[in-house]
Ligand binder design. Structure first.
Ligand code: ADP
Ligand code: MG
Length: 366
């Protein structure tokens, strides 16, 4: 009853106008099946080159729509989102997180081109994984026979190690941050986080839009917040099978995570506030890295420092625990981002060595 359950994928976005306008900016990423090659010119006249070769479970090349190997939003959903949906229906927890420097395509991949305007998936080729996941979830629920399903959602962000509900009534962002507690059986949870029962994709989509708007508002009020916070959209699926007396129920949680920008703190961050933000983001992503490397270390009884950051504490069940995990690392194809791109690719390689064992959340007496 155990399956290997970590998938690591990389997506390369198109060059943006700033990169195209930059003199000497060139595309340095080559893709060959599931192999990704970074070619860098060395030597003063650029006549020598060196290759960095990386292997992943999937490499999505999304640079030029006219090229037949172009990976669409739907392709990415089919490859990464669908298996998470399958596992949720089988009673496993699942988690997908997007990792990469600011501007590399995390939010585009997770939510879509304009996260405040998720209209209709059928006419929206730009819609990201999260709304596609939600729509497919309800498509599958409508086809269920002899079982009942209930769906609950929550949406929050972690900024400076503090949790803010993105779906709470009003002025949510002005409220005191929420606290994490440990439940003896269910693990870590957020006290007083609002949870919303949804009966259709339309209802779910409305919550998603409210949360996205709250995210955008908070980002406008506090400059750069969007790149410095982690956002977590969480869906809980409960399936009850057969007659109530003899039936059993299965509960699973899917967390779709848009991580803070992975870029390292530069010298330009000189105000106290900015330094504190940077330290906290580094703390979460740094701890995530430590957790990943502790898990990838095959030695038994290796201490895994989940509690060192709010993000890893809450994601505990999705990293090495009772869950299926996918990571989408996003990168720019331009040589101007070489250092951050290599840092992202190395982080993703390290993540790929985690071996998770998942267990079904089944409770026959529930
Ligand atoms: P991040 O969330 O990592 O900071 P975004 O997702 O906001 O980055 O992407 C930055 C910009 O690049 C946005 O304007 C977005 O629309 C564009 N972009 C990102 N990925 C793609 C892609 N695969 N195809 C087309 N445009 C993209
Ligand atoms: Mg973003």
């Amino acid at each position: 009853d155990e399956i290997s359950n970590l998938t690591v994928a990389v997506r390369i976005r198109p060059m943006n106008s700033r990169e195209l306008a930059c003199i000497g900016a060139v595309d340095i990423v080559k893709v060959c099946d599931d192999q990704l090659i970074i070619r860098t010119q060395i030597g003063s006249n650029g006549n020598m080159s060196t290759d960095h070769v990386f292997h992943y479970d999937h490499v999505f090349w999304s640079c030029d729509e006219l090229n037949p190997k172009y990976a669409t939003q739907e392709d990415i959903f089919r490859t990464l989102g669908d298996p998470l949906l399958d596992s949720a229906f089988r009673g496993y927890n699942a988690c997908l997180f997007a990792y990469g420097q600011t501007g590399s395509g995390k939010s585009y991949s997770m939510m879509g081109k304009n996260m405040c305007e998720i209209i209709d998936i059928d006419s929206q080729q730009f819609t990201g994984i999260t709304p596609r996941f939600c729509r497919n979830l309800f498509d599958r629920i409508s086809k269920l026979e002899n079982s009942a399903a209930s769906v609950e959602v929550s949406y929050f962000e972690i900024y400076n190690e503090k949790i803010h509900d993105l779906l709470a009534n009003s002025n949510a962002m002005n409220r005191a941050p929420l606290k994490v507690r440990e439940h003896p059986e269910l693990g870590p949870y957020i006290v007083d986080l609002s949870v919303h029962v949804v009966k259709s994709y339309k209802e779910l989509r409305n919550w998603l839009l409210i949360g996205n708007k709250n995210r955008a508002t908070a980002a406008t009020v506090m400059n750069e917040k969007s790149s410095r916070s982690h956002s977590i959209f969480s869906i809980e699926l409960c399936l009850s099978e057969g007659l109530i007396e003899e039936g059993s129920s299965r509960r699973s949680r899917v967390s779709l995570v848009d991580l803070a920008g992975s870029e390292r703190l530069g010298n330009s961050h000189n105000t106290e506030e900015k330094i504190r933000e940077g330290v906290c983001i580094n703390k979460s992503l740094l701890t995530l890295g430590k957790v990943i490397s502790a898990l990838s270390d095959q030695k038994k009884n290796q201490f895994v420092p989940y509690r060192d950051s709010v993000l890893t504490w809450l994601l505990r069940e999705s990293l090495g625990g009772n869950s299926l995990t996918s990571m989408l690392a996003t990168i720019s194809p331009a040589n101007t981002h070489l250092d951050e791109t290599l840092a992202t690719l190395r982080y993703a390689c390290q993540a790929r060595s985690i071996i998770n064992r998942a267990r079904v959340n089944e409770n026959p007496h529930d």
